[in-house]
Each structure stands twice: as structure tokens, then as C-alpha cells.
Design a protein around this ligand. Structure first.
Ligand code: NAP
Length: 316
């Protein structure tokens, strides 16, 4: 079973048509999310860029339109750090169904001090995990209305070596930014796998898949002015790193495959082929600490309690 979709060829430069389908990419205005949106737009789908910054979204949409003739791109005002705004944001989508939601937006802080959202949640856990957790509840009816809706959660290799501290999910007692970031990504990945179990249990047509970009550097990324600009000098200096990691355009590949490949199944993990850091997308084994049932159930219950969502997140 594990090798089934591994052997099948998938050409990241020749994607299947997705005309008539609708995809939402959170953080589609920059970085990996921009390239996910650009690559999905080339399939003929309608791509909605969830972005908190109108001007950045306009620049990203202009860049996509200049590269993909006839691209169908739209902006949705979306601030994942403002949980109370998410229902209104989804109401504004004005669509009958959603074929896939890509949970890409993320914040990574390098230095203290510990920061909080306006709602009082630690910023990385609050945005990366709780923001997408709450968003799921409001997107559930639209995803369920699609013939085969998908949620693709963007995880990270940083989550591999982390373990959740269920007694201190928001790093209130012990804040180390890199660890808190890694744990927020772990929480997202645990959520993605647990969500699929719950969707299967209620017979939903919606799948939940987890994908990660490997290591993706701006300095190895092709320019898309004004969205991202890399000088030839920067690219040259970064080229040794290219032996190990890749640009954000390539970081988008496993995520795009998780959205489009009809053979991808719920509960799977997708990442880059070479050491899980760069290269073409392939299916990866799921680390056991990401699917530990008791921890997943406790994380779900704690998240639900923190944000006051329906415990079923709208999927019944
Ligand atoms: N780059 C890597 O090597 C790497 C490795 C593993 C995993 N990842 C994951 O891949 C995803 C994208 O990473 P990246 O490197 O492309 O990051 P990035 O260039 O910093 O882009 C992050 C995106 O998230 C958006 N965002 C941040 N806070 C938001 C909020 N409150 N509401 C809505 N959008 C928000 C940003 O919007 P603004 O432009 O408005 O800030 C931006 O569009 C993240 O989930 C990250 O954890 C990245």
C-alpha cells in the first residue's frame, strides 16, 4: 500500500487540469503559498488567495496573471490571528462549494519576547494551529458540498523532533521561539491526521492530507517581482545550500500534489524526495508521534475549549 502512489510518475511541470474547481490558499500572497497559488492557477482552477494584506494580494494576483494567461485568481481578506473575524471572512467567499483549502499561512519568530494575538493566544500556536482549526469549522459546509473536498495542512520537518507539551500548549511557562514554532507545526500536523480519522468516522467525502515543503529558502527562489526578488548574487551565494534544500517554488510541489493527485488519500503525508528536504514530491511514512490517539484527542479537546468551536468542527 505504501508504495502504490510512490511509483506513479507525477510531473510537477505538467499538472492535470483542474478547470471548474475552486481552491483557497491561506497566505497565498507570499513565499511558498504564492507558488502554490501560481501552480494551481495554471491548472485552470479558480484560486483564492487568503491574505491579511490587500496590497500584497493584489501584487501576487498581478504576478500570477502575468505568467498564467486567463488565470482565475481572487483575494479573500483573511487574518488567522484574529479568530473572531474568520466566520465573516468565509461568509464573504460567496461560493457554493470549495474543492480544497490549503493551510499554508504561518508565522515563525526567531527571537523572544513571547508574543500574543489580540485574543491572548501565543502568536505562533494561535495563528498556525488555532487559526486554521477555527477556519475549518467555517469552511466545513463548503468543503462538504464539493464532490471530493480536501484540506491540505502544511507541516514542517521542524515538527519531527518536537513533542507537544499538553500542559503548556501556548509556551506560557517555557518560551523558546524555535521550539514553540516547531510545536505549533506539530500541532497542525497532529490536527491534520486526527481530522482525517474523524472525517472517516462520520463517512465524510472530505479528505485531510498533510504535506510539507522540505527546506525552502528565499535565496534559492526564482524572482516574482514585486512579490519576491532574488538577485543573481544572492542566488550564487546560496547555490551550495541548493545541494541540501530548495527554492519556495519547489517547496510548493508536495503541497500542490496533495491538492491535485486523485491517488492521494486522506491521512497521508507528502514531502520532497531527497532526505525530505528537496526534490520531487513523494509520500512519506507518518511519524508515530503525530498520530498518537490519546495526544491527538487531548490536543483537539484543548483547542476546541480554547477557541469555543463546535467539537465536530462542522463535520457530522
Ligand atoms: N520555508 C521553509 O523552509 C518551510 C519549512 C517547513 C515548513 N514551512 C511552512 O510553509 C508555510 C509557508 O512558509 P514560507 O516560508 O512561505 O513563509 P513566509 O514566506 O513567511 O510566508 C508566510 C505567509 O503566511 C502569511 N501569514 C502570516 N501570518 C498570517 C495571518 N495572521 N493571517 C494570514 N496570513 C498570515 C504571510 O502573510 P503576510 O505576507 O501578510 O505576512 C505569508 O503570506 C508555513 O506554514 C511554514 O511553517 C516552511
Amino acid at each position: 500500500m505504501f508504495s502504490a502512489s510512490q511509483g506513479r510518475s507525477w510531473n510537477v511541470h505538467r499538472l492535470p487540469s483542474a478547470e471548474g474547481r475552486i481552491f483557497l490558499v491561506t497566505g497565498g500572497n507570499a513565499g511558498i503559498g504564492y507558488f502554490v497559488a501560481e501552480q494551481l492557477a495554471a491548472t485552470g482552477a479558480v484560486v483564492i488567495l487568503g491574505s491579511r494584506d490587500r496590497a500584497k494580494a493584489d501584487a501576487a494576483m498581478a504576478s500570477i496573471r502575468s505568467r498564467v494567461s486567463g488565470a482565475h485568481v481572487r483575494h479573500l481578506q483573511l487574518d488567522l490571528a484574529d479568530l473572531s473575524s474568520l466566520k465573516t471572512a468565509v461568509d464573504r467567499l460567496d461560493i457554493e462549494h470549495l474543492d480544497a483549502a490549503v493551510y499554508n499561512a504561518g508565522v515563525a519568530l526567531d527571537d523572544p519576547p513571547r508574543r500574543e494575538t489580540e485574543g491572548g493566544h501565543e502568536l505562533m500556536f494561535g495563528t498556525n494551529h488555532l487559526g486554521h482549526f477555527v477556519l475549518t469549522q467555517w469552511l466545513a459546509p463548503l468543503l462538504s458540498a464539493a464532490p471530493a473536498g480536501r484540506i491540505v495542512t502544511v507541516g514542517s520537518f521542524a515538527a519531527r523532533s518536537e513533542r507537544l507539551d499538553l500542559g503548556d500548549l501556548q509556551s506560557t511557562h517555557d518560551y523558546r521561539p524555535k521550539r514553540t514554532y516547531g510545536r505549533s507545526k506539530l500541532a497542525q500536523m497532529c490536527f491534520g491526521f486526527e481530522l482525517d480519522c474523524r472525517l472517516r468516522a462520520v463517512g465524510s467525502t472530505v479528505l485531510s492530507v498533510v504535506a510539507h515543503p522540505g527546506g525552502a529558502l528565499d535565496s534559492l527562489t526564482p524572482s516574482r517581482p514585486p512579490v519576491c526578488v532574488t538577485s543573481s548574487g544572492e542566488r550564487l551565494r546560496a547555490s551550495p545550500a541548493g545541494l541540501l534544500v530548495q527554492g519556495k517554488d519547489a517547496g510548493a510541489w508536495p503541497i500542490v500534489r496533495a491538492v491535485l493527485d486523485s491517488e492521494v488519500q486522506g491521512g497521508q503525508l507528502w514531502g520532497p524526495r531527497v532526505f525530505g528536504l528537496r526534490g520531487a514530491p513523494r509520500r512519506e511514512p507518518v511519524p508515530s508521534h503525530m498520530t498518537e490517539p490519546a495526544a491527538a484527542a487531548r490536543l483537539w479537546a484543548a483547542s476546541s475549549e480554547l477557541v469555543g468551536t463546535d467539537p465536530h468542527l462542522g463535520f457530522r
